[in-house]
Design a protein around this ligand. Sequence first.
Ligand code: 9WN
Length: 494
Amino acid sequence: MTSKNNRVVRTETALGAEVQLAARARQVLRQNDMGDWTRAAPNLYPHQWSWDSAFIAIGLAHLGTRRAAKELLALFEHQWRTGKVPHIVFNPEAPPDSYFPGPEHWACAAASPDAPPTPPYTSCLCQPPIHAIAALRVWEVAERKGGERVDEARAFLRQIYPKLLLWHRYLMTHRDPEGSGLVTIYHPWESGTDNSPRWDEPLMNVEVGDLPSYPRYDLQHVANPSERPTGADYDRYLWLVELIKKAGCDERNIYRSHPFLVKDILFSAILVAANEALLEIAALVGAQGGDHTLIANWIARGHRGLNSLWDSELGLCLDYDLRARRPLRARTMAGFAPLIAGRQGPERLEALIATLDSLAFVGHPWLRWPVPPSTSPLQAGFHRRNYWRGPTWPVVNWLLWWSLLRAGEPERAQRLRQASLQQLVIGGFGEYFDPFTGELLGANDQSWTAAVALDWLASQSHGTLRRTATVLQPGRYEPVRGGHTEWAETVESA
Ligand code: 9WN
């Protein structure tokens, strides 16, 4: 066969694999669909998680923009009066012993005067604010596909805009009383990167008091307990929850007394990028002039904060422990915060890319795929199979891919996208993967993994959405639970 024919065969095979991957991703989201929100994973995470839902909406947008909008609106129905979006909205139908700590453990959250009406119950923590980025993605997909979706998507933006503004205002005030531009977290769960070595030092200063015994249901849902945080980690997580409960979930009380108060750079960088998205949404909905200035100031403040934590020796940004008053030197993917925040000067961008390509991350010789491990293999505390201490996470790859595109690095972004997709074709829709073997770890059928796969498949190599969605073949969706018509909408070739 000529090399040209070989190329054609290879292209067809690749396309076939992509079509199958898209079908499987759709199936995962369909199975985890609860009507107008999606379980993070069928067994390990049977509730609605905040940042998962935002990523899920990004993927759902390609299956139906109306359903994607509902995902975000359903989450924001449980927004607290302060503007906080809870990290978990508990599913009243989840089996009783499926997740710990469950709703009963968060009773204090319901008792707070700022909490939304119950049921469903919510936690009183929060997670990184991907939501405005997701809302804008829903709009972009609707606009690309055209028709009546465009008006619907604009109405959705109008509906969600004030909620997003309130959410960001909460983060810029309650979580940044210092006006530093950086978000304070009260618990590793708020970072979304729970047992990352980022938190080893500040957690060591948390002295666990009298803690009643508790179940580890999570360990029943993974192949090996070494994939999840240790007992010592969990004791500290639950002790921090106890302290937050004692403080009545009240921000000021927490700030005054809590032993774990950390400026989280990944969270803060996502907020900067989300504020950029919010600024675009503000323009689309015709928000008042004052909002534009306010959001632009938040963005500038966020950049200043991130700049202050740049470590030129590591070529990464560092978290900051407010209690110990020092930066936390850990080489993790969170250090790429300035890349995620966007708008870096050429020198900073070059330094970030050099770190990304270096042996500490994508250039490490033992990697199965050139995708960044959550923790650098050169970092003390790295563990290739343990949760956020080393495995690769597809949503992190998505975030970095999206950021590289915004930074004007399309080739690098394309390599990351391709490697990430190959990993999923071979490994499945895992929660995370062993970076050296590519083995699936944690939960199976993780919704956000399926969602980012759909977004990658719908995007051309240079990042813009495909005009003809060749991969997302038309097909009918019958929701597992029935009732919501949008799933019956086919995934159109626009
Ligand atoms: C605690 C749902 C969530 C993700 C987090 C991830 C994990 C929960 C847990 O699962 O956290 O919030 O029980 O381990 O760390 O990022 O949102 O997928």
